[in-house]
Design a protein around this ligand. Structure first.
Ligand SMILES: C[S@@+](CC[C@H](N)C(=O)[O-])C[C@H]1O[C@@H](n2cnc3c(N)ncnc32)[C@H](O)[C@@H]1O
Ligand code: SF4
Length: 367
């Protein structure tokens, strides 16, 4: 494998949350930050430096601060981390994204983040409707969501919305989408609410919209977004042309990523194999020792499934040369079966309209 040809991204996990949202199973802690962001920043810098054996002199194509709630960390600790990796950027324009929750957004905080080197903000709005925000157990309201969206004016930014929420109606969803369309946001991540095991929602009787109602919401999204210059380029991702997330595209094109911070995941190719591993979840433990755990070499059989789960998410497919590795013969053999069934494209690697509509079933071809 020509390692320098495989793009490498850096994911930095900052686990703090003010409150625990009842639907979320991401690695996090509601313990207050209380100066621990400086200690975590040191541990993260150490972790990146200790990864030298794995990534050698490879540079980062993109950087992503995710959470948790990165916006709860001080801008000084973010600057400290970015300063420590500034010789490792592929280019001066490398995309550096930072997740913010509406309750921590202020013009001053954004200015400081931009000065530190952040050039893309991801705002977790979820909804602009108070009833829906309450149903999701969020600690922000419509007013702070609107204020935070306005504060992003002129900044390369993306918003997360959730659909399929209790009490959501086609009208309330349309209103949320319109708020984004009326702003100058150029990217939207639109997630259907999933009920994950080990969450509060899992144990609750929820009255969620039924399949028919979900289809109506999806139909509204497609129509409204397409009429207003957005294009769906991935299962949950919509953007104006040229504003696709470079960081996420690297995951789906099967690029490498180094994950640092508690509970973060990595996928790294070396000369002989592709490995996955993760960092331990407890914050205190990670600050003490940034050791990796669950190291796994991707077997040939798992590789086919892994490739399908990533590549086929991209709408309208990819050219072979946009994929970071040479596709294995076993993958191509399974792929041919998908072409014969009308589920996969002939001239590109990707799903047909039918294959995309039933993506989970299509991916099963690669089992
Ligand atoms: C892990 S969160 C971090 C962002 C930030 N802390 C926030 O809450 O806005 C990233 C995004 O995942 C989405 N998300 C998390 N759990 C989800 C679930 N169970 N169903 C659908 N979307 C979910 C939300 O849209 C959220 O903005
Ligand atoms: S959705 Fe965001 S704020 Fe809520 S618990 Fe998850 S990471 Fe924290």
């Amino acid at each position: 494998m020509l390692l320098n040809k495989i793009p490498l991204s850096l994911y930095i996990h900052l686990p703090w949350c003010e409150t625990q949202c009842p639907y979320c199973d991401f690695s996090n802690t509601t313990d207050s930050v209380n100066g621990n962001d400086a200690k975590l920043a040191e541990a993260i810098i150490k972790d990146i430096n200790q990864s030298n054996d794995l990534i050698a002199d490879r540079k980062f194509k993109t950087i992503y601060f995710g959470g948790g709630t990165p916006s709860l960390a001080s801008t000084e600790s973010i600057k400290h981390i970015l300063d420590s990796v500034k010789d490792r950027f592929v280019s001066e324009e490398a995309e550096i994204t930072f997740e913010m929750n509406p309750s921590n957004v202020s013009e001053d905080k954004i200015d400081k983040l931009l000065i530190a080197g952040i050039n893309r903000i991801s705002l977790g709005v979820q909804s602009y409707n108070n009833q829906e925000l309450q149903a999701l157990g969020r600690n922000h309201d419509r007013e702070s969501a609107i204020h935070a969206t306005q504060a992003l004016k002129g900044i390369n930014s993306t918003i997360d919305l959730i659909y399929g929420i209790e009490k959501q109606t086609p009208e309330s969803f349309t209103e949320s989408l319109n708020k984004i369309i009326q702003s100058d946001i150029n990217h939207l991540s639109l997630y259907q609410l999933t009920i994950e095991p080990n969450t509060i929602f899992y144990k609750k009787e929820l009255k969620l919209p039924n399949e028919e109602e979900i289809e109506i919401i999806e139909f509204i999204a497609k129509n409204l977004l397409e009429r207003n210059g957005f294009r769906q380029y991935e299962v949950s991702s919509w953007s104006k042309p040229g504003y696709e997330s470079q960081h996420n595209m690297n995951y789906w094109q099967f690029g490498d990523f180094l994950g640092v911070g508690p509970g973060s995941h990595s996928k790294i190719s070396n000369k002989a194999e592709i490995i996955r591993f993760r960092k331990i979840k407890p914050l205190e433990g990670y600050i003490q020792n940034q050791r990796s755990t669950d190291l796994k070499i991707i077997s040939d059989n798992d590789l086919d499934m892994d490739l399908a789960m990533n590549l086929l998410r991209i709408k309208n497919g990819l050219q072979q040369e946009d994929i970071t590795i040479k596709l294995p013969a076993s993958f191509l053999k399974k792929y041919q079966k998908g072409i014969d069934a009308g589920l996969l494209l002939k001239n590109r690697i990707g799903a047909t309209q039918k294959g995309y509509r039933f993506l989970n079933e299509t991916i099963q071809l690669f089992f």
